[in-house]
Write a protein that binds this ligand. Structure first.
Ligand code: SF4
Ligand code: SF4
Length: 140
Protein backbone atom coordinates (compact mmCIF):
# COMPACT_ATOMS: atom_id res chain seq x y z
CA UNK A 1 0.00 0.00 0.00
CA UNK A 2 2.81 2.39 0.88
CA UNK A 3 4.46 1.78 -2.49
CA UNK A 4 1.20 2.29 -4.33
CA UNK A 5 0.49 5.61 -2.65
CA UNK A 6 4.05 6.72 -3.30
CA UNK A 7 3.63 5.97 -7.01
CA UNK A 8 0.32 7.82 -7.03
CA UNK A 9 1.93 10.86 -5.42
CA UNK A 10 4.77 10.80 -7.93
CA UNK A 11 2.44 10.49 -10.91
CA UNK A 12 0.06 13.11 -9.62
CA UNK A 13 2.03 15.68 -7.67
CA UNK A 14 0.02 18.22 -5.70
CA UNK A 15 -0.35 21.76 -6.93
CA UNK A 16 1.71 23.97 -4.66
CA UNK A 17 0.17 27.08 -3.18
CA UNK A 18 2.78 29.53 -2.00
CA UNK A 19 0.93 32.58 -0.70
CA UNK A 20 -2.38 34.11 0.27
CA UNK A 21 -3.11 35.14 -3.31
CA UNK A 22 -2.90 31.49 -4.30
CA UNK A 23 -5.32 30.51 -1.55
CA UNK A 24 -7.69 33.25 -2.67
CA UNK A 25 -7.57 32.04 -6.27
CA UNK A 26 -8.11 28.45 -5.13
CA UNK A 27 -11.21 29.36 -3.12
CA UNK A 28 -12.60 31.63 -5.82
CA UNK A 29 -12.68 28.65 -8.15
CA UNK A 30 -14.34 26.38 -5.56
CA UNK A 31 -16.76 27.86 -3.02
CA UNK A 32 -18.31 24.61 -1.87
CA UNK A 33 -17.83 25.31 1.86
CA UNK A 34 -20.23 28.24 1.47
CA UNK A 35 -22.79 25.79 0.05
CA UNK A 36 -22.36 22.88 2.43
CA UNK A 37 -22.18 23.96 6.05
CA UNK A 38 -24.53 25.90 8.29
CA UNK A 39 -22.73 29.15 9.00
CA UNK A 40 -23.75 29.98 12.54
CA UNK A 41 -22.30 32.45 15.02
CA UNK A 42 -23.09 34.62 18.03
CA UNK A 43 -25.86 37.05 17.10
CA UNK A 44 -23.77 39.95 18.41
CA UNK A 45 -21.69 39.76 15.23
CA UNK A 46 -24.67 41.09 13.27
CA UNK A 47 -25.37 44.75 12.73
CA UNK A 48 -28.40 44.35 15.01
CA UNK A 49 -25.92 44.60 17.86
CA UNK A 50 -23.73 47.55 18.70
CA UNK A 51 -20.36 46.93 17.08
CA UNK A 52 -21.72 44.11 14.93
CA UNK A 53 -20.61 43.90 11.31
CA UNK A 54 -22.45 41.06 9.51
CA UNK A 55 -25.43 42.63 7.68
CA UNK A 56 -28.38 41.50 9.79
CA UNK A 57 -30.69 41.33 6.77
CA UNK A 58 -28.54 38.49 5.42
CA UNK A 59 -28.90 36.47 8.63
CA UNK A 60 -31.60 34.63 10.50
CA UNK A 61 -31.94 34.21 14.23
CA UNK A 62 -31.63 30.55 15.26
CA UNK A 63 -32.23 30.99 18.99
CA UNK A 64 -31.65 33.53 21.72
CA UNK A 65 -27.92 33.62 21.17
CA UNK A 66 -27.11 32.33 17.70
CA UNK A 67 -27.68 33.55 14.18
CA UNK A 68 -26.77 31.98 10.87
CA UNK A 69 -26.30 33.19 7.33
CA UNK A 70 -29.58 32.98 5.42
CA UNK A 71 -29.65 30.00 3.11
CA UNK A 72 -27.04 28.06 5.04
CA UNK A 73 -29.49 26.16 7.25
CA UNK A 74 -31.69 24.84 4.45
CA UNK A 75 -31.56 21.22 3.31
CA UNK A 76 -29.38 22.20 0.35
CA UNK A 77 -27.33 24.95 1.93
CA UNK A 78 -26.10 27.97 0.04
CA UNK A 79 -25.12 31.10 1.87
CA UNK A 80 -27.09 34.07 0.60
CA UNK A 81 -23.87 36.10 0.37
CA UNK A 82 -22.23 33.75 -2.12
CA UNK A 83 -22.29 34.94 -5.74
CA UNK A 84 -21.25 32.97 -8.81
CA UNK A 85 -21.07 29.34 -9.85
CA UNK A 86 -19.59 26.65 -7.63
CA UNK A 87 -16.44 25.08 -8.97
CA UNK A 88 -16.02 27.87 -11.54
CA UNK A 89 -15.96 31.37 -10.17
CA UNK A 90 -17.42 32.54 -6.87
CA UNK A 91 -17.12 35.49 -4.57
CA UNK A 92 -18.27 36.38 -1.08
CA UNK A 93 -20.28 39.59 -1.39
CA UNK A 94 -19.72 40.44 2.28
CA UNK A 95 -16.08 39.41 2.50
CA UNK A 96 -14.99 42.34 4.66
CA UNK A 97 -17.93 41.73 6.99
CA UNK A 98 -18.13 37.94 6.95
CA UNK A 99 -18.84 36.18 10.25
CA UNK A 100 -16.30 34.50 12.48
CA UNK A 101 -16.67 30.89 11.21
CA UNK A 102 -15.71 32.08 7.74
CA UNK A 103 -12.73 34.02 9.10
CA UNK A 104 -11.56 31.17 11.30
CA UNK A 105 -11.79 28.34 8.78
CA UNK A 106 -8.26 27.14 8.06
CA UNK A 107 -7.87 26.08 4.44
CA UNK A 108 -4.45 24.57 5.23
CA UNK A 109 -2.99 23.31 8.48
CA UNK A 110 0.47 24.16 9.84
CA UNK A 111 1.98 21.33 7.79
CA UNK A 112 0.47 22.68 4.58
CA UNK A 113 -2.16 19.95 4.32
CA UNK A 114 -5.57 20.88 2.95
CA UNK A 115 -8.38 20.91 5.52
CA UNK A 116 -10.10 17.52 4.99
CA UNK A 117 -13.49 19.23 5.24
CA UNK A 118 -12.78 20.91 1.89
CA UNK A 119 -12.69 17.65 -0.03
CA UNK A 120 -15.56 16.22 2.03
CA UNK A 121 -17.63 19.22 0.99
CA UNK A 122 -16.47 18.93 -2.63
CA UNK A 123 -17.48 15.26 -2.71
CA UNK A 124 -21.01 16.21 -1.63
CA UNK A 125 -21.23 18.39 -4.71
CA UNK A 126 -19.69 15.80 -7.03
CA UNK A 127 -16.45 17.73 -7.51
CA UNK A 128 -13.05 16.06 -7.82
CA UNK A 129 -10.90 16.24 -4.69
CA UNK A 130 -8.32 19.01 -4.65
CA UNK A 131 -4.72 17.81 -4.61
CA UNK A 132 -2.96 20.87 -3.23
CA UNK A 133 -0.38 21.71 -0.60
CA UNK A 134 0.63 24.99 0.95
CA UNK A 135 4.39 25.46 0.73
CA UNK A 136 5.28 29.09 1.40
CA UNK A 137 8.04 30.68 -0.62
CA UNK A 138 11.26 30.92 1.34
CA UNK A 139 12.78 34.36 1.48
CA UNK A 140 16.51 34.70 1.02
S1 SF4 B 1 -13.99 24.20 0.35
FE1 SF4 B 1 -11.87 24.73 0.89
S2 SF4 B 1 -10.88 25.16 -1.08
FE2 SF4 B 1 -13.08 25.23 -1.41
S3 SF4 B 1 -13.64 27.39 -1.14
FE3 SF4 B 1 -13.91 26.39 0.82
S4 SF4 B 1 -11.99 26.72 1.91
FE4 SF4 B 1 -11.60 27.11 -0.25
S1 SF4 C 1 -20.41 34.89 4.42
FE1 SF4 C 1 -19.11 34.71 2.62
S2 SF4 C 1 -17.43 33.35 3.22
FE2 SF4 C 1 -19.08 33.08 4.71
S3 SF4 C 1 -20.31 31.35 3.93
FE3 SF4 C 1 -21.23 33.23 3.15
S4 SF4 C 1 -20.31 33.55 1.11
FE4 SF4 C 1 -19.02 32.07 2.24
Amino acid sequence: MAVLSEVKMQSNPPTLITDGAGVEALCQSCGVCCSTFRISFYWGETTAAEGGFVPVELTEQMNLYRSCMKGSSQSKPRCIALAGNLGESVTCTVYENRPSPCREYDVFDAQGELNPRCNQARAKHGFEPLNVRFVPKTTA
